[in-house]
Design a protein around this ligand. Structure first.
Ligand code: NAG
Ligand code: NAG
Ligand code: NAG
Ligand code: NAG
Length: 599
């Protein structure tokens, strides 16, 4: 927080200077944009005439004039026409270069004031409101044209028909020609009955508000996927809201593992004894020492039990601490989409409701899934993600498990454990877990994950975004949107439109084909499991993990499972110390340098 203050105030000052030029307009705007009661009001922050797309008379607005949310549609430029919802964001006079960069890159959580309005919201509830605004996600500098954004609404508001919430992402898809992967990943997970962020396709204009909206370049940014940010809430991660009175066991948690990346302001837990994962506590946002100690103790106990001798015991094993049904759904989903191993180590979350078991997910980032890319940092990912498939195949092949890739250790040099893939390798050693996985897979495959459901969902969403995709390809170079498959001009083809059309068709076809091929491959593996096989795994763990598990067993084999059995889902406040569990919670909570409050 301390680091964020100077930058955000610098940005605020930059914005204020620009705003001076428009002082009257903006002051009026800020005041009017504050939603009040029933009808939300959109502040008009542009002077002069604005083209009316309906072909009617141009609307002339006096500086600072107040318009209803319907004004959002009225500002859309002549020549632009869409049936999709449209979102217009204005930085209200501040230069677009002042929009703060993603927190994950800069380590700084900064936002600037801006405004949003919607046109043709699916629920008919267009609105305009002030927001806090920044870029989000991560991208490299040479990959910086299609950006993603964060939109914070206060008070919370429904957005494009999605339930009321304050924190939203506008996802500018990359490396995903059809823009379908995040949408589809979340759909597939939601179909299992678990929460995944809701999404809504829209077209985005981003302006500094100093002139009428420009199209087809400049202010027009093309097709975006609006989505719910992960967070606690009745319509999001439905866990108990943290209250000041809560501590430790009475709290609920959202934990984030971004493969060593850190987020400013979040408490980062020390590495777990076996997987070495370092979780950041996303919720509660300011966890007390007691809460930090509790959740770390819970995770350590989970790993001790999972890698200990009684891990498979229905009463004393890991199932006492985590929910098997949910663990299976997350696992089957992650294997189905093969999201570049993100779901295991790069963008992986756990949640825990007060008094409840550990839950996997929700998922995030499936843009690299469905055969798109490439398995970083697994060895072999560079060659188009191809591997000879001796352990788990590649990240782009519809064959091969993802969670077993690190069974071949030379493929996982940078990240030998592979995040929670290690947990799943351990669970998989238990024939009862494999049988339960086969059973759950059969249920999903026979119910929601059918070829027909997949083909139907992808085909119909593709039809609804088709025209917006063509406009997006006009806005951005097509090869930028998919560096892995730059478009090859067909001989005799003159217009880019034909080529783009062909590319959309190919992308939609490939997504359906890849997903159904993957499901068929998984079905084959589970058929072999039904015959008593190991389903393509060697069932081996890294020697260091086996050794640590064995010494945990000698140190705490009696203590840990007994403690679990005695306390149900609540771990002992200070779990047994042992070789696999070096420091007890009390020293963690008070010891210097063990809790990194980042920034
Ligand atoms: C997209 O592909 C480029 C080029 O290979 C890569 O550098 C970049 O990290 C990828 N972006 C995402 C979001 O995967
Ligand atoms: C949790 O809450 C209950 C009442 O709801 C209370 O009796 C108990 O002491 C609390 N436990 C902790 C560890 O805060
Ligand atoms: C366990 O997970 C399943 C599937 O996600 C869910 O329906 C169930 O409510 C969960 N139970 C608990 C106690 O969290
Ligand atoms: C398969 O890949 C592994 C690791 O990438 C390599 O060590 C091995 O030699 C390869 N085998 C063949 C037959 O190419």
């Amino acid at each position: 927080m301390a680091a964020a203050a100077p930058l955000s105030s610098r940005l605020a000052r930059a914005g204020a200077q620009a705003a001076l030029l428009l002082a009257l307009v903006l002051l009026a705007c800020q005041a009017l944009a504050a939603p009040e009661g029933g009808a939300r009001r959109l502040a008009k922050h542009k002077q002069g005439a604005v083209a009316d797309p309906s072909g009617g008379a141009a609307t002339a607005a006096a500086p600072g004039a107040e318009v209803s949310a319907a004004g959002c549609c009225a500002q859309l430029p002549a020549g632009f026409s869409s049936t999709r919802p449209v979102v217009v964001i204005s930085t209200q006079g501040a230069p677009l270069s002042s929009i703060p960069k993603p927190q994950i890159e800069t380590g700084v959580k900064a936002k600037i004031p801006a405004s949003v309005c919607t046109c043709r919201s699916p629920d008919g509830q267009d609105f305009g409101a002030p927001i806090q605004f920044s870029e989000r996600g991560s991208h490299s500098e040479d990959w910086d044209q299609v950006r993603s954004y964060s939109v914070d609404l206060s008070p919370s508001h429904s957005f494009l028909g999605m339930p009321k919430g304050s924190s939203w992402a506008l996802y500018g898809w990359q490396n995903d020609t059809g823009g379908l992967h995040d949408w589809f990943g979340f759909e597939l997970y939601r179909w299992t009955g678990n929460y995944a962020p809701r999404t809504q396709y829209c077209e985005l204009f981003l302006t500094d508000g100093l002139q009428p909206l420009r199209y087809p370049s400049d202010d027009y940014l093309g097709l975006y996927l609006a989505m719910e940010h992960l967070g606690q809430g009745k319509h999001r991660v439905d866990i108990k809201k943290d209250s000041a009175a809560d501590s430790g066991a009475n709290s609920s948690y959202i934990l984030d593992n971004e493969h060593g990346k850190t987020k400013q302001g979040l408490v980062e837990l020390p590495p777990l004894p076996f997987s070495k994962i370092q979780y950041m506590i996303e919720y509660p946002s300011k966890p007390s020492q007691d809460q930090q100690g509790y959740i770390l103790g819970y995770l350590r106990q989970f790993e001790d039990v999972l890698f200990g001798p009684s891990f498979a015991d229905p009463a004393a094993g890991w199932r006492q601490l985590a929910n098997q049904t949910n663990a299976l759904d997350y696992f089957l989903f992650e294997e189905l989409v093969k999201s570049n191993n993100n779901g295991y180590r790069g963008s992986q979350r756990l949640t825990k409701d007060a008094g409840g078991p550990l839950l996997f997910g929700p998922p995030w980032d499936t843009n690299d899934g469905f055969g798109q890319c490439c398995g970083f940092p697994v060895e072999g990912y560079q060659n188009g993600g191809q591997s000879n498939g001796t352990s788990g195949g590649s990240a782009i092949s519809p064959q091969g498990w993802s969670f077993t890739i690190c069974e071949q250790q030379e493929r996982c040099v940078q990240d030998p454990m592979g995040g929670v893939a290690l947990w799943y390798r351990r669970m998989w050693q238990d024939p009862a877990f494999r049988a339960a996985a086969a059973q759950r897979f059969a249920q999903l495959r026979g119910g929601v994950w059918t070829d027909a459901a997949i083909g139907q969902a992808v085909t119909s969403i593709a039809a609804t975004i088709h025209d917006a995709l063509l406009r997006t390809f006009q806005r951005w170079p097509v090869d930028l949107l998919n560096p892995y498959a730059p478009p090859q001009p067909t001989p005799g083809e003159t217009a880019g439109v034909m080529q783009r059309e062909a590319q959309i068709q190919a992308t939609v076809g490939k997504l359906i084909q890849w997903t159904t091929t993957r499901l068929a491959w998984m079905a084959d593996q589970f058929a072999s499991i039904a015959l008593g096989g190991a389903g393509g795994s060697t069932l081996q763990l890294p020697p260091s993990v086996v050794a640590a598990g064995a010494s945990t067993a000698t140190a705490s084999s009696a203590a840990a499972p007994a403690a679990v059995a005695a306390t149900g889902n609540a771990p002992a406040a200070a779990p047994a110390s042992g070789p696999g569990n070096p420091s007890p919670v009390s020293s963690f909570a008070s010891g210097p340098g063990t809790v990194a409050l980042l920034g």
